[in-house]
Design a protein around this ligand. Sequence first.
Ligand SMILES: *Cc1c(COP(=O)(O)O)cnc(C)c1O
Length: 217
Amino acid sequence: MSLTEIRSRIAAAEKAAGRPEGSVTLIAVSKVQPLDRVEAVLEAGHRVFGENYVQEATGKWPALRDRFGPVELHMIGPLQTNKAKVAVDLFDAIHTLDRPSLAEKLARLAEARGSCPALFVQVNTGEEPQKAGVMPSDTDGFIRDCRALGLPLAGVMCIPPEEGDSRPHFAMLAQIAERNGLTGLSMGMSGDFEAAIAAGATHVRVGSAIFGARNYG
Ligand SMILES: *Cc1c(COP(=O)(O)O)cnc(C)c1O
């Protein structure tokens, strides 16, 4: 478990970018990790986690919250509309708002409960057909539609293509946020979080560099 090392690398990257210490939130991505590794990170005092699957998260986090107290949970995986209610009850933030049907569903749920998780619009910066996210050219319009529904947008999120340089994608996402008056930038994973911080990331999503490799067996 190298939470300490990741924290110090984040602090160094903040400093190198001339950004205030603590301006980047570290989301420890615990999907598919064995419980003992997650407990070790909780015992080390970390309280911000990310999950990809609603079902896995509901099976895991209510009990961990009972034991460890308040934990800020971020949904970072694709969200099916029929799981939106469970997600809204469990998560403090959803990073994968990527289509009108989900926006409408979240708006109805938020209205009914009088609160809503912080929402990030996922942008498919690499325009990859197999990947979720709003196309860059559709993003401004989608953000406008979400705001018209009264949704509390916190920012934008991207997952750059696996191959190649992430930096142009981070720069594009930062521009999209800026021109839409959004401050949250969810970008950067184990392999590229320092570059993301240099480009302005406010939330980095780091899994394997903290917990070790995921075993999907
Ligand atoms: C799994 C995942 C991460 C963490 O990936 P690592 O490479 O293990 O740091 C970050 N973001 C998203 C959207 C993920 O699905």
